[in-house]
Design a protein around this ligand. Sequence first.
Ligand SMILES: [Zn+2]
Length: 354
Amino acid sequence: MQHKRSASTPILVLLVAVTAGLLLCGTNGCSGSGGTTMTRSWDGPINGKAVFRHVEKLVGFGPRPSGSKALEHTVQYIQSEIEKLGLRLERQEFSIEEAPGITFRNLYCVIPGTDEQKRTLVVSAHYDTKKTEGHPKPEQNFRFVGAMDGATGPALLIELAKALKDRKNVPTIYLVWFDGEESIPYDWPEDGIGSPLALIGSRKFAQWMMAEKIFPKVMVLYDLVGSKDFKLDRDTFSNKSLQDMFAETAAEMGQGERMYEYAQSHLIDDHRMFLEHGDGAVRVIDLIDFRYRTDAKYDRMQHGDKSGIPPEGTYVRWWHTPEDDLHNVDPVALDFCGNLLLKTLPKIEAKYYR
Ligand SMILES: [Zn+2]
């Protein structure tokens, strides 16, 4: 599939495209050959362009698998951005027997809240990228920089830190950057939740929180967000009330159709570790755009609601391919994702932190 940057498209070509019906603009943005970009129909402190600049920076470090030099550069970048805000970035370093020679690093930043009971909320994303070198099959080896899968989530957390430190938060907020989300073997282990070779950082962090008796009432995870033609999946493991709250906010922002439009997804992701280790007491939500980003063969994996399949060609299938790069990122979608959380937070506080 070919993709074009509309910014670099000459006007004449654009006119021809419009005449030919190839460029379609509606209330939610314009659709070209590279996917639909959103139009900002909301206000809020998160600036998508600022988030995008962090994404550019992270992608610029190149492939960033666990234990790589490029991931160390990523850590330094996140640290300097957080320290610029006058906040402190903590590191949780560890290794596991099953992956000798790799030092994993979870990063976190604590923003104290006003709650007398010191209740907590986690906002998180993984910042490692899938390792796509040194694998046995030729098709498993390619350059993978993980824009949506490893950069947009961590970039959003930086801008959220900026907004949250100036907000009067009820819960104490843990912003967490997970290492080792991606599986060590190329193919995800059959039992992704039970296997020690995937979801490594979130497993460690959830276990640590529970051991410290820090039981977050809510855990929000960003993964694979911010692409063109952005939409969120209804993950079957996420808390239904939380999903409804986010959907209500999205509708208030004029973007209701971005939420849960198609059949449900059954996701193996970092949020599952908080379900596993939190004895079901942690309400989790995975804000993820996954299902129709995968190879078309996964479309047959139906779970729950079987109604509605997006029209062919609606979604760029960039997941775990070289297509997951900057030209598929939409800064306005990032703006939406950040402000969506900030606008949902008062509802979360009213319901769970009264
Ligand atoms: Zn991935």
